[in-house]
Design a protein around this ligand. Structure first.
Ligand code: FES
Length: 402
């Protein structure tokens, strides 16, 4: 953009106003049948889509890859590698939504018979949605899917051209999508993936990662980091131990400017936060994928211990309707609504996206400090993100009609 001078630039607004007035004056009397900007926006961001499950493939012990496509095989809307989708299914008569990182490449969606894939692992506990889809979602089933949510993606204006990805377990999935896009020659950065797992058998889709590495050896490198290793994992391509500062530092060396992308279980995040401090990297070069609901809210600093285990009553306003439901102190407001069969839109379920923004009319609550993505004004006006807010008393809330 060329800066002409203070007065000239400020007065430029008058020229825009005049151009707009002229366009209005010369517009046809009949309404324009099509708004090209709206049409493009709707094509790019069509909202949740009614798709169908086109394949279910085992991808390891208690792991499956689910593929979704349009029933007519038409291309799917675009997304960026690293983003997630929101899968909504009817379970026991209730509409339940959960986010899953997309494990297929963006280029695989934008063609005839295009598709998106997620890879789901059975959680150790508290995973009724994942359990349900692993047990019973099958080829031919309908699925409502919102594609392309989240900010965990390479952004050339912000990120370095080399990505050092730190993955733990099923946290490999967004990096799989990135590697697929890189191998297809569709994006600029190179990627080194340090893939943490307990043992070799726990490396999910490792064969696929190795094939991608072979397809673009100068731009993709995959290094398993095993906690419990056997002899067969000795050698150049394996590391042993944890994702320590020492190990990460070795893979940063000689790579120039690098962005760290991190995705894995919450204990891995806690460990890495202290390890990364030792490397004194600029904060702008470290990106954590955030989604994952709070597992044990009473363990957080500042949580009033006397509330733990209590159940309150929550009055829910939707338009002119009011319902009163139970709300446990150990569950988020979003979970209490879901349990009662009251629909509230959610996406990330970790306080970041704002889909579940809710007005609290009365009562007190605790917001998880690690997942508090609210704007300052929302805090002032008593709005919460229902997925990261927990009741501390009887509550009255207002939610949109979904
Ligand atoms: S679902 Fe994203 S903030 Fe609650």
């Amino acid at each position: 953009m060329k800066i002409k001078g203070f007065l000239e630039d400020i007065s430029g607004i008058r020229r825009i106003t005049k151009a707009r007035l002229d366009a209005i004056k010369n517009a046809p009397a009949d309404p324009i049948p099509e708004d090209p900007i709206r049409k493009t926006a709707e094509e790019l961001h069509p909202g949740p889509l009614d798709l169908v499950v086109t394949s279910v493939v085992p991808a390891g012990k208690d792991v499956k890859t689910f593929r979704f496509a349009k029933p007519d095989g038409a291309p799917l809307p675009p997304f960026r590698s690293g983003q997630y989708l929101v899968l909504t299914l009817e379970i026991d008569g209730k509409l339940i939504s959960r986010p899953y990182s997309i494990s297929s490449g963006p280029q695989e969606a934008r063609k005839e018979n295009g598709f998106v894939e997620i890879t789901v692992k059975k959680p150790r506990k508290d995973g009724f949605f994942a359990d349900r889809i692993l047990e019973s979602l099958k080829e031919g089933d309908p699925a409502n899917v919102l594609i392309g949510v989240g900010e965990f993606c390479y952004e050339p204006l912000r990120d370095a051209d080399h990505i050092l990805a730190l993955a733990g377990g099923i946290g490999i999935t967004p990096f799989l999508s990135m590697a697929k896009e890189i191998a297809a020659g569709k994006t600029k950065p190179s990627i080194t993936i340090l893939y943490g797992a307990d043992q070799k058998e726990d490396l999910i889709l490792f064969d696929t990662l190795q094939e991608l590495e072979k397809a673009a050896p100068d731009r993709i490198r995959v290094v398993p980091v095993l906690r419990n290793a056997g002899e067969e994992t000795d050698g150049d391509s394996f590391e042993h131990g944890l994702l320590s500062a020492e190990l990460i530092g070795r893979y940063l060396k000689g790579k120039g400017d690098t962005s760290l992308f991190i995705c894995g279980p919450q204990p891995m995040y806690r460990y890495l936060k202290s390890e990364l401090l030792k490397l004194s990297l600029p904060a702008r070069r470290i990106r954590f994928e955030v989604f994952g609901s709070v597992k044990n809210i009473s363990a957080y600093e500042g949580y009033p211990k006397e509330a733990a285990g209590r159940t309150f009553s929550m009055t829910v306003q939707r338009g002119i309707r009011e319902d009163v439901i139970p709300a446990s102190a150990s569950e988020s407001i979003a979970s209490a609504l879901e349990r009662a069969g009251i629909r509230l839109e959610t996406a990330c379920r970790s306080g970041e996206c704002g889909f579940c923004r809710t007005k609290v009319l009365s009562g007190s609550y605790f917001v998880c400090p690690e997942n508090d993505g609210r704007r300052a004004a929302d805090k002032d006006f008593n709005y919460v993100h229902a997925c990261s807010a927990f009741p501390l008393s009887d509550l009255k809330i207002r939610i949109p009609i979904a």
